[in-house]
Each structure stands twice: as C-alpha cells, then as structure tokens.
Design a protein around this ligand. Structure first.
Ligand code: PGA
Ligand code: ZN
Length: 349
C-alpha cells in the first residue's frame, strides 16, 4: 500500500469537545479514523496536544515522513510515529486509520462485556465514590435486558433516568454506592464489575473488601490510587482470600504501558489490565501491552474512553487481539451504541 497523503480535521466528540479525525489517502482507497479522550485520566498517560496542533503535526510533519518511508505494516508505521514531540491524539489518529486499512482475521471467540448500568463521580453524580457500576455479560441482549429492568425500577421509584458520560444512569437521588449495587442485585442475576477510579475520593479499601464479601462483585478496577503500589498488593491478597476468582483491574496504574504491566504483574499487584490505545498513542503499543499482559497470565480488557466518537475501530482491535473483555459503556448514547453494533456485526445476538 502506498500512502499518498494524510489529512486531518476537527470534529466534535460525545461531550461536545473538539477532537480530531484523520484521513489516510492511499492507492488502496481512503481510511478515516477518529480518536477519543479520557475524562478521568491516569497521570502517566502520554500527553495529547490541542486539535490544531495535532492537525499541524499530522499534515506537516507525519504525512511527509510517511510518504517518504512508505511503511507496509502496522509495526513499521508505529515505529515511525514513535516521536515524543507528537501528541498521542495525532499519532493514534494516523495509527488507527492505518489499522482500518488492514484485513481483519475472522474472530475465534468474542470477548465478554463489562456493560455499564450506573455511573458516578466525574462521569455522573459526583456524590458517588465509585465511577462505574457494570454487569458482566456474554451477549448484548442480556446486558440490554438488565439495563431496561433497572430503568423500569428507577421510573417506578420516581428517580431520574437521565444518563452520564457513558450512558449509565446517574440519578441524583441515589448518593450511596451500596444502594446502587443492591438495585443491580435485585434487578439482575448477573456478576458485577466496578471501576472505583480511586485517584479521586475513593471508598476505603476495607469498605471495598466488604463490598466484595457481601455482593456479587467479581471485578474491581483501580481500587486504589496509582501512587499506592504497596496497598494494591495487600488489597489484591485480601480480596483473593474473600473470593478466589476476583479480578483486580489496573487502568490508571498501568496506562497501557507494557513495562508497567510487566512490573505490576510480576509484583502481584493485579490480575487484569485495561487497554486504552490513546493512553500511549499507537495501535502497536496497545497490541504489545496486550501481549505482555497475556504473557503474565493477566486478563485483558479493551476499553473506550469517557469522551468518544462514533468511530468503532476499538472493537476491531479487541476482536483482532482476542481479548477477554471489552468495556464500551451502557447500551445507550450513539457513540456507545456504535461499538455494540459493530460487535453485533461479528456475531449473532
Ligand atoms: P475515562 O475513564 O473518562 O478517563 O475514559 C474511564 C475509566 O476510568 O475507565
Ligand atoms: Zn478506569
């Protein structure tokens, strides 16, 4: 394939903020990809730049370099994009557009879903100390039914069914985490997953352990701040004593960085990791992070971001890399639905 030119432009994301979309013009056709942004970002994520700067970098710096070097594989391309002066949004937009030009092998097995039902903190009602309350399902129908049942329950109780950043319910009438978990347990029979996003006002570790003990919670993401590595280790040990199969998931702690995943895996801080390509800025870095996680026996979870676009290449990445789980938010809001509908195209409901 020959890259003839690369164009970029500003588009609005799901929060009404500007992000970028990039178009790769090649002798095989045109390939367009847009990039998301996080709302509760890890401190060590690679920096993005302003949309204007990203467009300049893509059109004036990256495009000439790629035209000259003519990369033929994702690895070759991403090696050329590995330049710290470029924003992660600029490099990922180009990397993802190239990814879309590549053939996708047919999936062997589809991932399970951590489907969002309630959200709080920076994504919704700030009084809640846990950011995401999810059900774990293996098909969309199951998750959709759970979401519907909870919606009916909220309506019956006169609570608002307005939604947060990722389509999860976020009624201001519920300010207590356990109350949310109880509704999920009463309305569904599904295993539950939480994202604490502990860098801002988390519940104490003992409260979280108590939640693991008392409810059907089988997965907790970022239970502790990214600075408290020793506490992560203790928490993981304690949680395993309560529930052998518990998943302790690193997101802000590892920021899709292969070295951080390897170190944390070796030290026994967690047994699952979130993969968000824009935390590092290329498809190859995300792929490598997945490979390292698998090498350490860690579960892999490919995730969207708080501020999304209607693009759905993240689904293709999850399929191609055969990951264990995906996180695409609630079955609500166009930018989340775009991912579920893409996933449906790979399967029967
Ligand atoms: P984000 O948060 O808004 O930074 O994408 C989602 C998460 O913490 O998993
Ligand atoms: Zn998270």
């Amino acid at each position: 394939m020959k890259i003839k030119e690369i164009k970029a432009r500003k588009i609005l994301n799901s929060a009404g903020n500007w992000t970028i979309e990039c178009k790769l013009l090649t002798d095989k056709g045109e390939f367009v990809a847009a990039v998301p942004q996080g709302i509760s970002r890890g401190k060590e994520e690679k920096e993005s730049v302003s949309p204007e700067k990203a467009i300049f970098q893509i059109e004036k710096e990256i495009s000439p370099l790629l035209r000259k070097n003519s990369p033929q594989t994702q690895e070759e391309l991403d090696r050329l994009l590995n330049n710290p002066s470029w924003g992660s949004n600029a490099t990922l937009a180009v990397s993802a557009a190239f990814f879309k030009s590549q053939p996708l092998p047919s999936p062997s097995q589809l991932p399970q879903m951590m489907m969002l039902v309630f959200e709080g903190k920076k994504h919704g009602n700030p009084a809640l100390k846990i950011q995401e309350f999810m059900v774990i399902v293996s098909n969309i129908e199951e998750g959709k039914n759970a979401y519907e049942k909870v919606k009916k329950r909220l309506e019956k109780e006169g609570l608002a069914t307005t939604v947060g950043s990722e389509g999860g319910f976020s009624p201001f009438g519920i300010n207590n985490e356990e109350e949310v978990i109880k509704i999920l347990e009463e309305e569904t029979e599904l295993p539950l997953a939480l994202d604490v996003a502990a860098d801002t006002s988390p519940p104490s570790p003992s409260t979280l352990l108590d939640i693991v003990r008392r409810y059907r919670v089988v997965s907790i993401e970022d239970p502790l701040p990214e600075t408290k590595k020793e506490e992560w280790k203790v928490f993981f040990q304690e949680a395993k004593k309560i529930k052998e199969e518990i998943m302790i998931v690193a997101d802000d702690l590892t920021v899709t960085n292969p070295e951080k995943i390897a170190t944390g895996g070796e030290q026994g801080l967690f047994n699952a990791v979130i993969i968000k390509p824009n935390q590092q800025g290329t498809i190859s870095q995300a792929t490598e992070a997945i490979a390292v996680a698998k090498r350490y026996g860690l579960k892999t979870i490919v995730s969207h971001r708080g501020e999304e676009t209607n693009d759905s290449w993240i689904v293709d990445l999850a399929i191609k890399e055969n990951v264990d789980f995906v996180k695409f938010g609630a079955p609500c809001r166009g930018e989340r639905i775009a991912k579920y509908n893409r996933l449906l195209s790979f399967s029967e409901v």
